[in-house]
Write a protein that binds this ligand. Structure first.
Ligand code: NAP
Length: 318
């Protein structure tokens, strides 16, 4: 709990979010000998923590486990002096002297000369009946985490992007059948992932289709069926199903920045090539910024860029 009477801790650089962008920023900030605190209110590693394997991060010819990579990044950043506070930043204010006041939900209050927001993104929900009630009971946004619960069962994966296809292929290791349901007749995912999906024996594709309802028994904690509509014929089908994995994009965690920095239509913060916002000393990096490649390597690069610039900013202004 925050102690109201305790004076805020003063640090050089505050980093909000412990995914690849935040962890790389922490490494660079700490190695620049700035007092650096990283705030993480969920799981370190962000989206990669739940990725089975990361095969496109340079330096790992055989790929690396997402969680393993996140832990290694964190260990490296802490080795150079980054401190981790396991709390969520609930309020961010720009003070008159240009520093930032950060309030957390259990880690105390902080004042930082520069702040880097690397808060990542959360999964988009379908917004259909049954989705909320059955989340964690067969509805999941992380196949890497939950696919193993559905061994030898039939499951659905919704979406046609990299995440959906990658996670669907992973799920074929466990499920008897994986049905990938996509609203169009063509996948958005990278070709290499598509080829893997088309080659998987126990995978089927339901094109031009949307899931309209998820049925199940909340008390028993299980998904039992889904209602699917073909968007071209309007034909509605009820299909028995044991799980629904949903990968239809992400919403950036940019709430703290609302009213402080400009954003694009999708609520990603707009920054320049140095990850600078129009607010001096406030940087945004990784999936929460606009025009990002949304890869582990580019997020880490964003974080490093922001930290280097934040170090220069502190030298010039304080
Ligand atoms: P994404 O690329 O935005 O794909 C979202 C998918 O969901 C699209 O196929 C979209 O259909 C579909 N969709 C969106 N709203 C929907 C709705 N309401 N109902 C049904 N379907 C809906 O998102 P992502 O797959 O999460 O990937 C996000 C970013 O992370 C991308 O830049 C991706 O490259 C990256 N990523 C990379 C890897 C990797 O490199 N291994 C893995 C995961 C993610 P349409 O195609 O019709 O728009």
């Amino acid at each position: 709990m925050t102690n109201e009477n305790q004076a805020p801790r003063e640090v050089d650089i505050a980093i909000i979010g412990g995914g690849p962008a935040g962890l790389a920023a922490g490494l660079y900030a700490a190695r620049a000998l700035r007092t650096t605190v990283l705030f993480e209110g969920g799981v370190l590693g962000g989206q990669i923590a739940t990725s089975d394997r990361v095969e496109n991060y340079p330096g790992f010819p055989d790929g690396v486990g997402g969680f393993e990579l996140a832990m290694a990044m964190h260990q490296q950043s802490e080795k150079f002096g980054m401190e981790t506070v396991y709390a969520r930043v609930t309020d961010l204010q720009v003070l008159e002297d240009g520093r930032f006041a950060l309030r957390t939900d259990g880690g105390g209050d902080f004042i930082a000369k520069a702040t880097l927001v690397t808060a990542g993104a959360d999964p988009v929900k379908l917004g259909i009946p049954g989705e909320v009630e059955l989340t964690g009971k067969g509805v999941s946004y992380c196949a890497t985490c939950d696919a193993a619960f559905f061994k030898n069962m039939e499951v659905a994966v919704v979406g046609g992007g990299d995440a959906a296809v990658e996670e669907a292929v992973f799920t074929t290791r466990y499920a008897s059948k994986v049905i990938l349901i996509h609203r169009r007749d063509e996948l958005r995912a990278q070709k290499v992932l598509q080829e893997r999906a088309f080659a998987a024996e126990n995978m089927e594709f339901l094109w031009d289709s949307v899931v309209e309802e998820i049925h199940g028994d909340v008390a028993k904690g299980q998904v039992e069926a889904i209602t699917v509509r073909n968007v071209k014929t309007n034909e509605v089908t009820r299909m028995p199903m044991s799980a629904v994995f949903i990968f239809i994009g992400q919403t950036p965690n940019s709430n703290l920045l609302e009213g402080i920095v400009p954003m694009d239509a999708g609520k990603h913060a707009c920054v320049n090539a140095w990850m600078e916002t129009p607010v001096p000393g406030l940087f945004v990096a990784g999936d929460v910024r606009a025009d990002a490649a949304r890869q582990v390597v580019s997020s880490a690069g964003d974080g490093a860029t922001a930290a280097i610039r934040a170090d220069h900013y502190i030298t010039d202004h304080f």
